[in-house]
Ligand binder design. Sequence first.
Ligand code: AMP
Ligand code: TRP
Length: 332
Amino acid sequence: MEDKKKVIFSGIQPSGDLTIGNYLGALINWSALQNDYDSYYCVVDLHALTIRQEPKELRARTLKNIAIYVASGLDPEKNTLFIQSHVPAHSEAAWLLNCFCYMGELGRMTQYKDKSQKVGESVSAGLFTYPVLMAADILLYNTDLVPVGADQKQHIELARDLAIRFNNLYSPTFTIPEPYIADTGAKIMDLQEPEKKMSKSADNPNAYILILDPPEVIRKKISRAVTDDLGVVRYNEAQPGVSNLISILSTITNKKPEEIVKDYEGIGYAKFKSDVADALVAELQPVQNRVKELLEDKTYMESIYKSGAEKANYVANKTLRKMQKKLGIIPR
Ligand code: AMP
Ligand code: TRP
């Protein structure tokens, strides 16, 4: 019999349009793993609701994200692609896990501290318990690996702590997940403040490039990207803006940063930037065309997220039933 494949679970919030940070830092790596793992990728719409959303936009973005997953190379036959709210076990398991999580643990989460500062008075309880829902997402699938950015490591630690706590109080129920912070996927930085990670929630649209930005917008944003006045294409800490553009080009072309530096010896920023923009446009155009086709094919889109939810419900419900049974809840 074939060895059981390890399970991967990850999710992206439909709280903003996806950037080339998501694409180069997450999506293309996920596609590279699809033959070797049993992978679940989820659009975490319930997490997005921790911040006010425009219903119409949330709907559109949720579908767009599924289309982007597929267009970026995730084969819906090989990966389970679904929408979080289509699997009610996530909400149910989150409640159960809430009863095992301490206020102090949640209060220490840096993402909560940052976000709650931003929204001020109107911090919802959902924003506070957000990591518990995330733990439910992960634990329901007996997940081994969770590919995420470094900022999510703390949340995965909490998922591990909750899993260990539950396993110790009852009996082994959950697989203890590991964060998987890929070193192949570059960390893409903000184009205006290259000391910060590129984020879909930045205020200035020139700070990020969206996967679906039209070519002329991509060119304009790259040409406006902050560099420095040294005038040499080098990869080092003193030149964060230029180094970030090198990382982008390096990830797309599979060339090492040092090779790129060599290629651009004696060549100025204008030519370098226009090459980076060309490479990005060439990389993203097929993805954009595919997203457009997918969104026009409602029946196919529906078949993707419905069959994804069917498989996810099956696995998640099994784990949920185990939890309920151990806790003394009468089977339905
Ligand atoms: P987020 O958009 O922060 O919800 O992140 C979703 C996924 O995209 C995570 O796996 C992140 O690691 C990845 N990601 C987001 N922004 C970047 C970035 N600027 N560079 C690299 N990876 C990123
Ligand atoms: N909190 C994650 C983020 O903001 C998104 C997320 C929700 C997630 N549930 C998850 C990531 C489960 C990995 C696994 O990026």
